[in-house]
Design a protein around this ligand. Structure first.
Ligand SMILES: [Zn+2]
Length: 490
């Protein structure tokens, strides 16, 4: 029979009756018997728990004493009466007890009285189940959930079982905690985000990095997917995200730890990239020779001009024939003619307008108006959803299955659009701060004195130009947008 240690908590209040030391001892002895273990009285450690519920495992004297004894006697087996109640998170148990013990006693087996299998706190899902257990049973209120995450943040989170992201080193801190710290590649990460804020495509960013002979994270060449993975990883804003599957229902719970480590990029960069993606979705690629794609109209037919690419190669020389064409009336104009004439006008106008003092308050006022509009939509949607829920209830009472399904479908649709509005609200909020903190217009000021590439020109057109209207017989009209962010809510 194997020798084992045991650990019991003695609480000074409540639960005394059904969770007394005697009862816990009895449970442990029964468990030991079932599992062929022997727990002598002198190997049972009893911790007095007063208000120390939130104390970390390392601060628990008896626990640390027991750990010492286990190493000294080389007995790697221990039974806990109830591990989920070890501390507020169950988490410090892993950091302060399990991991250091495992290094000293590789055979370590930790049991709880409710399972015949030893525990593996290194398993992320088990670790998160600790959290969820607390989350569900003891930390009912929102405030308490807030405390839980604050607690975790204060105690420095680490990334269980995941690869170290490019641009960071995993630094071992004392007591087996780990933290991400930016390394020499952080500048490259920040450069990638910068390029993306100016509308550079994934492929172009990869090309730029390869031309600069910067090795990829794996030491080879950069591909668009390598760049995409970096741009999509929220870790660079200092956020740590754990997706956790709940045990009972199949819903997924996301734990987000803000400011868990030093960020490499700021959130405004993310917002700018989001906006670029949104503009591309609405008006087509940024990376195109047709800088006025979906931004130039035929005056006669009042519709956007199409593009025509008649480029050919003769004797190894490439001849570009790019046109804007009206499909209705056949009006056709070469892109160079349009670009050479209008782009200098646009750049001058943008430079002028962003250096006026009014641009900031004016733009902020616009964003405010948009926010109010979205908020009203959210209110209306919520009222509608409430009504639909009532109708759903009625349909159930009537046992009208068909009606019930129909209403459920409506509810789902409206819930989806409500979600979109919420995302929109967030975007507007960040955009407001972007402008307010001079992170938006100043960017253009910085680049306008330089020679711009086609991507930057196209991005400027997408942001600042409403429409260019062309026709055969009348003077062209160039319309600037009054609200640069007007596309954000359509
Ligand atoms: Zn036309």
């Amino acid at each position: 029979m194997k020798l084992a240690f045991a650990y019991i908590r003695r609480s000074s209040y409540k639960q005394q009756k059904n969770n007394s030391v005697e009862i816990q001892k009895q449970h442990i002895q029964e468990f030991a018997k079932r599992n062929n273990l022997f727990v002598p009285v002198e190997l049972i450690f009893i911790e007095d728990v007063t208000s120390a519920y939130s104390k970390r495992a390392a601060q628990r004297k008896q626990l640390m004493k027991m750990a010492e004894k286990m190493v000294e006697m080389n007995i790697p087996t221990v039974i806990f009466h109830d591990i989920s109640r070890m501390d507020r998170t169950g988490y410090s148990f892993t950091i302060d007890f399990y991991r250091p013990m495992l290094e000293k006693l590789p055979e370590l087996e930790v049991y709880t009285t409710d399972s015949n299998k030893p525990l593996d706190p290194e398993d992320t899902s088990i670790k998160m189940n600790f959290l969820l257990f607390q989350h569900e049973s003891e930390v009912k209120s929102e405030r308490a959930v807030g405390n839980l995450t604050t607690f975790l943040e204060n105690n420095e989170t680490f990334r269980p079982g995941s690869k170290t992201p490019y641009g960071y080193n995993q630094i071992k801190k004392q007591k087996h905690q780990q933290q991400l710290e930016p390394n020499e590649n952080a500048d490259i990460v920040s450069f990638i985000f910068f390029l993306s804020t100016w509308g550079k495509s994934l492929q172009k960013i990869a090309t730029i990095l390869n031309e600069a002979e910067i090795p990829s994270p794996k030491g080879g060449i950069w591909r668009s997917s390598t760049v995409e993975n970096i741009l999509k990883n929220p870790v660079y804003t200092g956020k740590l995200i754990w997706d956790v599957h709940k045990r009972k229902d199949d819903g997924q719970k996301q734990f987000i730890f803000e400011e868990s480590h030093q960020p490499i990029i700021n959130r405004f960069h993310l917002q700018l990239i989001k906006q670029n993606n949104h503009l591309q979705k609405t008006f087509g690629r940024i990376d195109t020779p047709f800088l006025f794609l979906n931004k130039v109209k035929c005056r006669h037919c009042d519709q956007p001009l199409s593009t025509q690419n008649g480029s050919t190669k003769r004797n190894g020389v490439k001849y570009d024939y790019h046109y804007y064409v009206c499909k209705s009336c056949g009006y056709k104009v070469g892109i160079k003619e349009v670009h050479n004439r209008f782009i200098p006008i646009i750049l001058n106008r943008v430079k002028e307008s962003i250096s006026t003092i009014q641009i900031k308050p004016k733009t902020l006022a616009f964003i405010n108006e948009m926010s109010i509009e979205v908020e009203q939509n959210v209110d209306a949607k919520q009222k509608l959803l409430q009504k639909l829920e009532e109708k759903l209830k009625i349909s159930r009472d009537l046992k009208d299955r068909e009606l019930e399904l129909k209403i459920s479908e409506f509810i789902q649709q409206h819930k989806n659009s409500l979600k979109e509005y919420t995302i929109c609200q967030e975007n507007l909020k960040t955009t407001y701060q972007l402008v307010e903190k001079d992170q938006f217009f100043s960017r253009f000021n910085e680049i306008l004195d330089h020679q711009l590439g086609p991507d930057e020109k196209r991005l400027i057109i997408l942001y600042f130009v409403d429409y260019l209207i062309l026709s055969t017989d009348k003077e062209p009209q160039l319309h600037f947008k009054s609200n640069i962010f007007s596309n954000l809510i359509d």
